[in-house]
Design a protein around this ligand. Structure first.
Ligand code: CAA
Length: 258
């Protein structure tokens, strides 16, 4: 990727913004979009001037799924050999906290992209669903695994087996979204939240995300071992000394992000 064609990328303060920008296809995620999002997220992740990433779409669609027209004629071996959704593994692996700011449709791969993020802020207009069953397939960007971990077996099974779309209020009730806000306030709320997160010490943000990831992936015992390790390691950072000194001196901390 030498120039972004399907996304807008911008740094505002310590926050990296990625806006999906394929309006003619409701931000359907084709190979180009996937690669561009992965490259942009990896570049932000490598930059110590960035403490949070926001991924958003348009008012009408966060993303209406993987690009169906691109996939339609593929064979099974082509899907496997090219690792069709492989770029998303790179996106999901960034250390920086990622916020999905969702307005409109988040369907199929769009819902799965939101679930790769750490926080899902939803406009009251947001619609979530895994409609792959209507196309003769199943979720393929992590949805079968992440949705169950987010909402439990019975909610996930109903959504994946029926393809039913849910509104923002139901998504919040079942635990799929972190918070619902008025559609007109979505970007302002995402900005406030991202700026707040990005103002924290970068090493502690990385550690927090690593421990959250561990909770998703391992047993309690292994996860607690990760926590012990991450917690202890922070005591070698300048920011831990600064954060605790600031508390003792009753003043705000000035983090150096190291
Ligand atoms: N792939 C490719 N193109 C898509 C698309 C997708 N997932 N979703 C929408 N588009 C295209 C439409 O084909 C249409 O293009 P044309 O103007 O060239 O016909 C354009 O975007 C606008 O869409 P609609 O006219 O359909 O808009 P609408 O407002 O009438 O309907 C919608 C909106 C209900 C979201 C409808 O577009 C829709 O059902 N989209 C598909 C949703 C879906 O099935 N997603 C799952 C995809 S599979 C997947 O994601 C696999 C995985 O697990 C990774």
């Amino acid at each position: 990727v030498t120039e972004y064609e399907t996304i807008l990328v911008e740094q505002r303060g310590r926050v990296g913004w990625i806006t999906l920008n394929r309006p003619q296809a409701l931000n359907a995620l084709n190979g180009r979009v996937s690669e561009e999002v992965a490259v942009a997220a990896e570049a932000f992740d490598a930059d110590s001037g960035i403490g949070a990433i926001v991924v958003t779409g348009s008012e009408k669609a966060f993303a209406a799924g993987a690009d169906i027209k691109e996939m339609e004629s593929k064979t099974a071996s082509e899907m496997l050999e090219t690792d069709h959704f492989g770029a998303w593994t790179r996106f999901a692996a960034v250390r920086t906290p990622v916020i999905a700011a969702v307005s409109g449709y988040a369907l199929g791969g769009g819902c799965e992209l939101a679930m790769m993020c750490d926080i899902i802020l939803a406009a009251d207009s947001a619609r979530f669903g895994q409609p792959e069953i209507n196309l003769g397939v199943v979720p393929g960007m992590g949805g079968t695994q992440r949705l169950i971990r987010a909402v439990g077996y019975y909610k996930a099974a109903e959504l994946i087996l029926s393809g039913r779309m849910i509104d923002a209020a139901e998504a919040e009730r079942i635990g799929l979204v972190s918070r619902v806000v008025a559609a007109t306030e979505l970007l302002a709320e995402a900005t406030t939240l991202a700026d707040t997160i990005a103002s924290k010490s970068l090493p502690s943000l990385y550690a927090a995300k690593a421990t959250l990831d561990a909770a998703m992936e391992t047993s309690l015992e292994d996860g607690l071992a990760v926590e012990k390790q991450q917690f202890a390691a922070l005591f070698d950072t300048a920011d831990q000394k600064e954060g605790m000194a600031a508390f003792r001196e009753k003043r705000p901390p000035h983090f150096a992000h190291r």
